[in-house]
Design a protein around this ligand. Structure first.
Ligand SMILES: N[C@H](CCC[C@H](N)C(=O)O)C(=O)O
Length: 283
């Protein structure tokens, strides 16, 4: 089955976008993993699947969007990809505002003429059982046994996907490549977790690296930037509006006081488009 795709990225977090609105696409986890291969496949941090919105859905969405990690696991949210879909559909529908139905809820993306896209990522969830954690506890102080002593307690929340943010004195204090996989699969997180390693550089500026669940270290993580910004404010380390500097670029995050929603702004780039024969990849 020949399928067109768009290769996109948001601050270097890269995606393959497939359109299943007109026909279902056979995408078993093994095929997603094969397509994700950076040498034998197309390569991506996430595969983004566009589908028509459920007919009985409450509140009209322009598109239903699903996100899959290179290991084939599905994620409820992906901030950088949501901006990319916003840009794609804004060009298709010739209007700036696009409504995305995701597992995390109905999101609105607004594409600016300068290439920036802002997504309302909805409200963060702080309950231990919504992150989720394996047992009841304070999500603002998550202590993980078996981790190096230089790793402070984490702050956990859900943006529709699970995050745990660690605030470090310097970027060198912890190596995300060494510690990230241990946090991702720690028994405290029954659905695994995205691990963010942040340094507060100013009350309005964070430096962040994220070891993503199911994907590893990426150049940027949009929902991770939202999580770090919200957790920094919860801990009294930052204001409600911050810039988050990641390896691949800078995102603007505002945790809006009026409705508790998190607004995330940043780039959304179409690198190239192509066509792929799905049958060439593991069934
Ligand atoms: N790996 C994440 C999904 C992608 C998140 C990230 N790429 C973003 O921009 O939010 C998870 O399994 O929850």
């Amino acid at each position: 089955m020949q399928v067109d795709f768009h290769k996109m990225h948001g601050a270097g977090n890269d995606f393959v976008v497939l359109d299943a609105r007109k026909r279902a696409l056979p995408l078993a986890p093994a095929r997603i993993a094969a397509l994700a291969d950076r040498r034998r496949g197309i390569g991506f941090d996430q595969l983004v699947l566009l589908q028509t919105d459920e007919p009985d859905a409450t509140g009209a969405a322009d598109v239903r969007v699903r996100f899959f990690n290179p290991d084939g696991s599905e994620a409820g949210a992906c901030g950088n990809a949501s901006r990319c879909v916003g840009r794609l559909l804004s060009a298709e529908l010739h209007r700036p505002a696009i409504r995305l139905r995701t597992a995390a809820g109905l999101l609105e993306a607004v594409a600016d003429t300068d290439g920036t896209v802002t997504v309302d990522m909805g409200a963060p969830r702080f309950g231990w059982d919504t992150v989720p954690l394996a047992r009841e506890g304070d999500t603002l102080r998550v202590v993980l046994d078996g981790l190096p002593p230089e790793l402070p307690p984490g702050a956990a929340l859900s943006m529709g996907n699970p995050h745990c943010s660690f605030f470090l004195p310097t970027a060198a204090a912890v190596d995300p490549v060494l510690v990230g996989p241990v946090v991702e699969r720690h028994p405290m997180f029954p659905e695994r977790v995205n691990a963010g390693f942040a340094v507060v550089e100013a009350p309005d500026r964070l430096r962040l690296r994220v070891w993503e669940r199911g994907a590893g270290l990426t150049l940027a993580c949009g929902s991770g930037a939202c999580a770090a910004a919200v957790n920094a404010h919860r801990l009294g380390l930052c204001g409600r509006a911050v810039t988050v500097e990641l390896d691949g670029g800078v995102l603007g995050i505002e945790w809006r006081a009026s409705d508790d929603h998190v607004l995330m702004s940043g780039p959304a780039v179409l690198s190239f488009s192509g066509r792929v024969e799905l049958e060439e990849f593991a069934a």
